[in-house]
Design a protein around this ligand. Structure first.
Ligand SMILES: NC(=O)c1ccc[n+]([C@@H]2O[C@H](COP(=O)([O-])OP(=O)(O)OC[C@H]3O[C@@H](n4cnc5c(N)ncnc54)[C@H](O)[C@@H]3O)[C@@H](O)[C@H]2O)c1
Length: 435
């Protein structure tokens, strides 16, 4: 039995709070793909296939032909930033895509300009912008965000919307009394409670309007009982947190391999140099703390030291990010991994990933927007754990642990798609051995 999914008819508005390196690289890539100037590499929704039925059946359609996804030509972009420059100027400044590649996209990108942001320097210490909304409290500001969304929807004749947070990493916050119920949260919004951060204001506005929400940063944002309750009440799918792009992507591939082979790990030292604005923001210890928690969380849940104390009980895990302007967006990550095998003999692995941060993140923004829109049309609500594949800190139900292993995450994602279309789930059980 397949699930009823409303068709992807009409235009899809993608709302981006934060129009910096990742968001503008995403926009540029989609416009380039529409013009036939670049393929959407790295995007599962655009390039990926899905095996259906038995291996002998040879059925492996493209994912975008298997489930009804919005077409790239139907996407319209909108968003907010504390800097007023157009997405073309922001992309030039971010320096991810070369001016030559940006030139044919200029006319379209110049027209996409951010609306004034909900911002407070207390939550992102390193940034100072002028393009900011004024309001008497958080609720007033949320209403202004909702008015922006309504106007954007009407002006562009949009059928549906999704929101993907691409703004900066905020200071480390933990859920407190204000986050426990919708009523407490709304009261705290009116009281301008400091435990509410701008990313929560956008998330509230989206969910309240029935718009699916994804959180690309490690910020708390929507990951607490009040907004999850609101999401269930409004039938809104949500997911997060923190795009899994470079070093952590590697970690969630290597760690399952060590565990699969019962190899021990005594230490994992990860360091990065990064010179873009994200690197500058993370140079503030309070924002770094939010990122650090996110980056540290993966190993414990993959390696399960409580089940394998001999192998992983004494693992020393350290993560550093150093702001180094000469590299811009071209982040370099080093990992030194100390492992041990048969009879306890030690070995080392060195990983040196010379990546491009926003080039890795942009296709993830696209996939999340399209899959969340699909989830909305399939009436899925609350946390979308099947999208854990994309996250460093996957949001999950309180009674279960997060799934970090990239290959389990991919299987979960694809089985969810099979389930939506009434196809048999693939368990990899070899039934040919049995009568
Ligand atoms: N590979 C990656 O690039 C990657 C991976 C994981 C997570 N992230 C996260 O994605 C986010 C975006 O990364 P980026 O490289 O584009 O950073 P960026 O600094 O280039 O862009 C972030 C933008 O958000 C804006 N902003 C900050 N607070 C805002 C607010 N309250 N409202 C509206 N705009 C606001 C900033 O002015 C800036 O233009 C960061 O939080 C980063 O940690 C990026």
């Amino acid at each position: 039995m397949s699930v009823e999914i409303r068709p992807a008819e009409g235009k899809l508005g993608i709302l981006l709070p934060g129009m910096g390196a990742v968001a503008t690289t995403f926009i540029a890539g989609v416009i380039a793909a529409r013009k036939g100037l670049g393929a959407p590499l790295g995007s599962l929704t655009q390039m990926g296939t899905i095996r259906l039925g038995k291996r002998t059946e040879n059925r492996s359609p493209l994912i975008k032909d298997f489930v009804p996804l919005a077409d790239l030509s139907d996407i319209v972009f909108g968003g907010w930033d504390i800097f007023a420059e157009s997405t073309y100027d922001a992309a030039l400044r971010a320096g991810v895509i070369s001016p030559t590649h940006l030139a044919p996209l200029k006319d379209e990108m110049e027209k996409i300009k951010p609306w004034p942001a909900v911002f407070d320097n207390h939550y992102v210490k390193k940034l100072h912008g002028e393009h900011v909304k004024q309001g008497k409290n958080w609720m007033d500001l949320a209403e202004q965000v909702m008015a922006d969304i309504k106007r954007f929807k009407e002006e562009n004749g949009l059928a549906r919307l999704v929101m993907v947070w691409c703004g900066s990493t905020e200071i480390f916050l933990q859920p407190g009394p204000a986050h426990q119920s919708i009523a407490a949260f709304e009261q705290a919004m009116r009281d301008r409670d400091p435990s509410i951060a701008p990313s929560m204001v956008y998330a509230y506005a989206a969910i309240k309007m029935g718009i699916p929400y994804a959180n690309g940063a490690p910020n708390l944002s929507a990951d607490f009982p009040a907004l999850l309750e609101l999401a269930r009440e409004m039938n809104v799918p949500v997911c997060g947190k923190d795009f899994k792009t470079g070093q952590t992507l590697m970690k969630t591939v290597l760690a399952p391999m060590f565990k699969a082979r019962m190899l021990g790990v005594s230490g994992w030292f990860s360091t990065n140099i990064l010179g873009n604005r994200d690197g500058e923001v993370l140079d503030d210890p309070e924002s770094f703390k939010t990122k650090e928690e996110s980056k540290l969380s993966v190993l414990d849940s993959i390696l399960q030291p409580q089940l394998y104390p001999e192998l992983y009980g004494n693992l020393f895990h350290k993560v550093r990010i150093n702001y180094y302007p000469p590299r811009g967006d071209e982040k370099e990550a080093w990992d030194n991994i100390d492992i041990f095998g048969w009879m306890g003999y030690p070995m080392q692995i060195k990983v040196n990933f010379l990546c491009r941060d926003s080039i890795l993140a942009a296709p993830i923004v696209l996939d999340l927007a399209l899959f969340l829109d699909l989830a909305g049309r399939a009436r899925m609500r609350g946390i979308q754990e099947w999208l854990s594949f994309y996250w460093k800190s996957p949001m999950h139900a309180p009674e279960v642990y997060a799934e970090h292993d990239l290959f389990i995450q991919l299987m979960k994602l694809k089985n969810n798609l099979r389930h939506l279309r009434g196809e048999e789930l693939i368990t990899h059980l070899g039934t040919e051995y049995y009568d």
